[in-house]
Design a protein around this ligand. Sequence first.
Ligand code: HAM
Length: 418
Amino acid sequence: MYQTVKGTYDFLPDELKNVEDLEDSFRLTLELYGYKEMKTPVFEYTGVFAKENDTSDMVTKEMYTFSPNGKDSLTLRPEGTAGIVRSVVQNKMYAANELPLKLAYIEEMFRHERPQKGRQRQFTQMGIECIGEKSPMIDAEVISLGYNYIKLVGLKNIKVLINTLGDSSSRVAYSKALSEYFAQYKDSLCEDCKKRLEKNPLRILDCKIDRENDFVKNAPKMEDYLTAEAKEYFEKVKSYLDTMEIPYIVDDRLVRGLDYYTDTVFEVVSTHEDAGSQATVFGGGRYDNLVEELGGPSISGIGFAIGLERLMILAKAEDALAPIEDVVDFYIIDMSKSSNYAFKVAETLRKAFYTVELNYYDRSMKSQFKSSERKGAEYVIIIGEDEVNNETVTIKNTKDRSQEVIKFADLLNYMEGK
Ligand code: HAM
């Protein structure tokens, strides 16, 4: 018997209903802020995601890369941002539209990670990308969209972490200072961080293994290397968040796992005890260079992505998922010899947009009534030989238990009065 591939999961109907509710609330939030949803292909040329000298785990270790014709290298998308930016550049969306472009996606992503609760190999991201303008107002608005969505879903135990990686020149100066500082501790670094020391020493700060070492805790601080401009930019982002009364914590070791970030970065983390080690509900940040790296003009973007399955785990833990109930408007109990009349009644009701279930087998009235209860029917229609011969229906209101015989031709009018 086949099982799902490790790290992949089915969404059974009730779970999918919960997913759809979460997606509906996300779409509602997008509308409030003027974001439009789009879709990009599930696979792209590998270069869309992988840059030369990339240091992120996602690019160096976790991508599903394949070559169906032995020539092209293709990759199942591990995240949404690069594909959206590729599409913005390919379709020159920046030239034909008012800037900033406000784009959103709800899509499956693929990363070959070690599966555990909240960490899958196929997962869904709900994300936004705001591309074409750089302003601290936009950074604060993007954070507020994500924060307000999480609040709308009903999560209470969360905290917002923010940091700045500075503009390119701040970052170069800080990277240099970190390389010099960490070089003296090279032998104590984990194998991954030894490589990061050469390529991206910032990542040592949030390494799960090394971050507990005192020498990492005492490393030079980004704020001492920020240019005056980068400092002012971050101060403004914070002041807008204050205005919107979004609580946040500045975490100077938040550097994020992907290489493309500059200036503002942020994560929303669950503080609920069930969150376990995968507590980051969503993360994002600004990227000044990605559009240009993918062949577009020198314009900046910012965005985030929410892990939908992680959100589901937390929403369940915090009792924030709407209960799933089976409810239909009608259940048709059919005790007649032929089912043609029952079908006629069902068709008429469905054409008028009532939800209808009907009996398909030769069963007792009692067991058909049981089915109507299990389906949560608001009305039961009973059809016997009399009803067929007289073109009537017996209709029972399951709430007040009242029952009437009415002409089939009057059924829709009768329901309109309800
Ligand atoms: P990320 O931090 O790699 O950022 O992923 C964003 C979110 O996706 C995470 O916070 C988490 O909720 C979810 N996620 C990531 N990996 C997994 C996994 N293996 N299983 C389940 N959930 C997962 C990005 O992907 C960026 N593209 C975000 C962004 C958009 N930055 C700018 N714009």
